[in-house]
Design a protein around this ligand. Structure first.
Ligand SMILES: *Cc1c(COP(=O)(O)O)cnc(C)c1O
Length: 393
């Protein structure tokens, strides 16, 4: 496999900064993964599971009404919202679930923010007949009730995390602690391209199917390449998944849209790529939100899935070497785009994905009418309808 990155470094970013006993477990995982990544038997099993469980390939949808309304560019939506469990998360979960099975791990543990990754993990745990513990910030549990119910119905234990701010960062902290305690029988199924090696590489490889399908689906309708690919960024897995196949196509713009929350100047945002500094968080080096003392600062977004003070190391590298273009979208702009896409196309997007839609509502003028752009619609918005309706309409 090309670009299989042995020490997990992406330029100065990435790596493995963890206690000794966790280092051993992760090194074993990295070795197992390095073997499986080039094992045809495993790759066939993975492709099969994408079809059978996730409902892949996801459609590439031409947004005719939106394209007309904005008078171009030609807007295509990659419909990850139509995957089983409602988001791109299932792609990664299937891959890691199959690895855990091969390693004989009895239990899957995971962190979750909006609950999408927790639901996907609980789904695969049921399918593979594994125990499942999901760590979720207490604040997120209150905000995402339907997903909490789904996880419990699927047979998972949902464990509230009350330390810190009770959000995603704290859930990762506690999940990592429990992984260290229990690493012999447990696989920690990390939900994005973050964390220590091998997660950023492994999760990217399980998500790159998205970009590979985009290329193939465009080719089928006579389009060689898009002018741009646009995706929202929390940890960065749906973005790198959609973009990875196009990194060497220099004429394809890669646009990463981060949550500006209540506004860049309010300090309440999640602009890790846009404003972050290089630091170590959760066992890896990346661009991170820091306070004056150089300590990790709380992030914020109305979209829980984007509320993370770091970002995948590969995206940090692509930003630093100028390959990535950045976008910023506030809560208000995202909510507007959420309602816009629902009205315009009959598609209710996740509030996370609505950030990518909002980018094009604000910036469609930078493209010409005939340019083809692809927006990765990372998930569906059922989980957000109550929040948006009660608080913003
Ligand atoms: C989790 C999530 C995200 C953010 O995670 P990434 O790793 O940045 O993709 C975005 N959209 C949806 C629908 C999600 O569930």
């Amino acid at each position: 496999m090309k670009n299989l990155n042995k020490n997990g470094k992406f330029g100065e970013f990435g790596g493995m900064f963890v206690p000794k006993d966790l280092e051993q477990t992760l090194t074993e995982l990295a070795e197992v993964y390095a073997r499986l990544a080039v094992d045809d038997d495993f790759l066939n099993e993975l492709r099969d599971a994408y079809r059978k469980i996730a409902n892949r390939p996801s459609p590439l949808y031409f947004a005719q009404n939106m394209t007309n309304d904005l008078n171009g560019p030609q807007i295509y939506l990659k419909r990850e919202d139509l995957n089983h469990t409602g988001a791109h998360k299932i792609n990664n979960v299937i891959g890691q679930g199959l690895i855990a099975k091969r390693m004989g791990k009895k239990k899957l543990i995971a962190e979750t923010g909006a609950g999408q990754h927790g639901v996907a993990t609980a789904t695969i745990a049921a399918y593979l007949n594994r125990d499942c513990d999901i760590y979720m910030g207490a604040r997120d549990i209150d905000a995402q009730k339907p997903n909490v119910y789904r996880m419990k119905i699927l047979g998972a234990n949902v464990i509230p995390v009350t330390q810190g701010q009770g959000t995603l960062k704290d859930a990762v902290d506690v999940a990592l602690e429990n992984f260290i305690k229990d690493h012999k029988s447990t696989h920690y199924l990390l939900g994005s391209v973050v964390g220590p090696h091998p997660y950023p590489t492994m999760v990217r490889d399980f998500q790159k199917i998205v970009g590979e399908e985009i290329r193939e689906q465009l080719n089928t309708i006579g389009i060689q390449k898009p002018r741009a690919i646009i995706a929202c960024v929390g940890g960065g897995s749906n973005a790198i998944g959609a973009m990875y196949d196009f990194i060497n196509d220099e004429d394809v713009e890669l646009i990463a849209v981060e949550p500006a929350g209540k506004g860049k100047n309010s300090g309440k945002h999640g602009l890790s790529l846009g404003t972050g500094k290089s630091s170590v968080i959760h066992g890896f080096r990346t661009l991170t939100l820091l306070d004056e003392k150089g300590e990790i600062r709380e992030s914020y977004s109305a979209a829980s899935g984007l509320d993370y003070p770091g970002v995948g190391p590969e995206l940090s590298m692509l930003k630093e070497n100028g390959r990535l273009k950045l976008g910023e979208v506030t809560d208000q702009e995202a909510v507007k785009a959420f309602v816009y896409l629902s009205n315009m196309e009959g598609i209710i997007p996740a509030l996370e994905s609505a950030h990518a839609i909002a980018y094009i509502l604000k910036n469609h003028g930078q493209f010409s009418k005939d340019d083809v752009i692809v927006i990765n619609l990372s998930g569906r918005g059922d989980k957000d309808v109550e929040n948006v309706y009660e608080n913003y309409m």
